[in-house]
Ligand binder design. Structure first.
Ligand SMILES: [Zn+2]
Length: 96
């Protein structure tokens, strides 16, 4: 995300570590566990239905895409959030 100048400015303004501190605080407040996934996890490129990695959708300007394998239609952000949740749950299971 830091390669995109507009996003980089936003991320720098907020201070990423401070944001994580807030997330930790809120997670503890609500008795939840905060799980961090790898920065380089391809959350936007993976089809949330079949797991196919579509490298053609790297650009942030691609907001919606169809999986070439299973033909599911994805909203970029919703699909990425589902993939992040699944990755976090897998990491949680692996840590037990
Ligand atoms: Zn698919």
């Amino acid at each position: 995300m830091l390669k995109n100048s507009r996003l980089a400015k936003s991320i720098s303004d907020v201070s990423w570590s401070k944001f994580v501190d807030y997330l930790n605080y809120k997670a503890q407040w609500y008795c939840r566990e905060l799980i961090k996934i790898d920065t380089f996890f391809f959350s936007s490129q993976l089809c949330g239905e079949c797991g196919y990695q579509n490298k053609e959708v790297k650009e942030l300007s691609v907001r919606e895409w169809e999986c070439p394998k299973c033909h599911s239609i994805h909203d970029r952000d919703i699909n990425a959030s589902k993939n992040i949740l699944q990755q976090g749950l897998q990491l949680q299971l692996a840590s037990r």
